[in-house]
Each structure stands twice: as structure tokens, then as C-alpha cells.
Design a protein around this ligand. Structure first.
Ligand SMILES: [Zn+2]
Length: 325
């Protein structure tokens, strides 16, 4: 059953949340539809951790929306426990309302200041708004994290995994493990996703976390994400003081190559429904695009997000290898 709080949250209506934290003396701002910022009130910039959590960047990925609604509804009962400066974003509100992944184009391919493609799409304006709000939130602060919470379209050998942009940060990867993330994929190359933007341009420690599979709002089985939910609840209430648990270290991968769809001739050599982290042998042909071929390198590669039906110019899949630690 979906609570009223969750229904309102998914629409970007934070009124109940805002009033609870305002009454407790926090500085609450709603700079945009679907964006709420709850900070310690004071003249000087707070030394607290700045935590940005985004959900619903893909409108059909509902489990993280439900999970965050539950966590915030609970926290709002004892608002003084909030130990971080928090910004929460509900990404693609219009797509969520229509239970669609996006309206015109995938929002999570538009987070780049140099964007020229798709500037007329409805999502382009939203990407600009979210980049601006994140910049305002992080500007001038040191200790800043961005967790962009998603769910995967297809099944995965690791039902919870994260793409981690930027320099390898073992402490963050370890935290992800304690948050129930089974596999961490390091991607030092800049990309056009939201977490890559906040890492590269705003200096945040960030990730795109994939929590299970797409499901209908109100019908997700959140029991799969108990560890994630508990870790987020602890992060909200104690910042980073929680102890790390090395027993839960995730498997670490790194991106070997991106499969870019350069023309309508793009074809995968395997079924587009293949599970995430399916292994391909060295030298195997994985995709063709006219004359262009994509081949596995000298070590086994594992596929992520295969999707040959993306628009020309966009990523149709990611190949990763095990990282040596
Ligand atoms: Zn997503």
C-alpha cells in the first residue's frame, strides 16, 4: 500500500516534510519543483556533510522513490535527528506521473554543460534545473556526497550495484558495501549522467546506485533493500561517523568500453534481455554498427545496461572488467 506521504513525495510535494523540519528549526528551501533542501540554520556555512539524494531521474524506477519517502516520513517524526545538510530531488516528475521512463529523451544522458544534442527535449530544461540546484547546494562545501538512486531495467547477477565515477575512493566503495551494494563499477571517464556531473564538475563523492528491478509504484518489495535502507537511515542521522564493515566489501569492476550507437545499423550480437553482468569471453564480438565492430579485449568482460533501442548518439551498453585491487 502506498502512503499519502509517498504519493505526495513522488509528485514533488514536500509540504508535510518541510513543515516538520521548519518547526524543528531547520532552514528548509524548495528551490524548484521536486527539490527540497533541509539545512542547519545559521549565519556561517555549516561544516556538516552535504548529502544530495536523487530518485526518479528515470520515471519508471519507483522503488527508490518509495524507499526515500519511507525514510523521510520516518525521519520527519524526529526531525532533530537529521545530522547532515540534505537535498532531496525527485528527478523526472512528469515522467513519474505518467509511469514512463522519460517524456522526450532519457534525462540521465543530459547532465553536461556542453550539451548540444536534445536541447529541445522537455528533459533538457529539467537537467539544467537540477544541475543548477546541485551547484548551489554544493558550492563552497568540502564534505559532499551525491547518491543517485535507480533501479535496473533487467535482471542482474548482482541485484544491487553502483556505478562510481571519478577517482577510486576505497572508503566510499566500502560504505557502498555496507549499504548492501554487491558490485561497484569504477568509471573514471566523464560521462553524461547526473552522478558523473556532480563528481566531475562539483567535486562530490557520487554514484549511480541500481537497486533491483523496475516495478510499479506501491508494489515494490522493499525487503530486498533492507541493508541500503538501514545505511541511508544511519547516514541521515549520524553522517559518516558510522563504522565501516569490511565484511561486506563489494566486488569491484571498472569500465572497459562503452557501446555507443552511432547509427541505426547498431546491433548487439546477443539478446537485448541478457542479464546485467553476463560474462563474455576475450575477443568475442559483442556489437556491430555498420563497419564498426565492438570486441571484448584480452580479459573477460561483463555487460551492463544493454539497450540497442536507445537513440543514435547514446550509449547502448557498457562493458566492464574485474578490477585488480
Ligand atoms: Zn535509471
Amino acid at each position: 500500500m502506498q502512503s499519502d506521504f509517498c504519493t505526495n513525495f513522488a509528485r514533488g510535494d514536500f509540504s508535510a516534510l518541510a513543515s516538520s523540519f521548519e518547526l524543528a528549526g531547520f532552514n528548509v528551501q524548495q528551490p524548484l519543483a521536486g527539490v527540497v533542501q533541509i539545512c542547519e540554520d545559521g549565519e556561517t556555512a555549516s561544516a556538516r556533510m552535504r548529502l544530495l539524494i536523487s530518485v526518479g531521474v528515470h520515471g519508471d524506477e519507483t522503488a527508490p522513490i518509495e524507499m526515500m519517502a519511507l525514510l523521510l516520513e520516518e525521519l520527519a517524526k524526529t526531525p532533530q535527528q537529521l545530522a547532515v545538510d540534505l537535498m532531496v530531488m525527485v528527478g523526472n516528475i512528469d515522467a513519474i506521473a505518467q509511469a514512463k521512463r522519460f517524456i522526450d529523451v532519457d534525462l540521465n544522458r543530459l547532465f553536461t554543460p556542453q550539451r548540444t544534442q536534445f536541447n529541445n527535449a522537455q528533459e533538457a530544461q529539467r537537467a539544467d534545473q537540477l544541475m543548477h540546484a546541485a551547484t548551489q547546494f554544493f558550492d563552497g562545501h568540502q564534505n559532499k556526497w551525491h547518491l543517485d538512486l535507480h533501479t535496473a531495467i533487467r535482471a542482474s547477477f548482482y541485484p544491487t550495484f553502483a556505478i562510481v565515477p571519478g577517482k577510486h575512493n576505497p572508503a566510499f566503495v566500502s560504505w557502498l558495501g555496507s549499504a548492501g551494494i554487491a558490485a561497484a563499477v569504477l568509471n573514471p571517464q566523464a560521462s553524461v549522467t547526473f552522478s558523473s556531473y556532480t563528481c566531475k564538475h562539483l567535486g562530490a563523492v557520487s554514484c549511480t546506485a541500481e537497486l533491483g528491478r523496475i516495478g510499479e509504484m506501491g508494489k515494490n518489495d522493499l525487503s530486498q533493500f533492507v541493508a541500503t535502507q538501514a545505511a541511508l537511515a544511519a547516514l541521515l542521522r549520524s553522517g559518516l561517523s558510522a563504522t565501516e564493515n569490511t565484511d561486506t566489501a563489494p566486488l569491484v569492476f571498472r569500465v572497459a568500453q562503452e557501446l555507443i550507437k552511432r547509427s541505426e545499423a547498431f546491433q548487439l550480437t546477443f539478446d537485448g534481455n541478457t542479464q546485467n553482468f553476463t560474462e563474455f569471453a576475450p575477443n568475442a564480438l559483442i556489437a556491430t554498427d555498420g563497419e564498426l565492430t565492438y570486441v571484448v579485449g584480452a580479459e573477460p568482460e561483463y555487460v551492463l545496461f544493454p539497450n540497442p533501442s536507445v537513440r543514435v548518439g547514446l550509449r547502448a551498453g557498457l562493458m566492464v572488467v574485474r578490477a585488480v585491487e
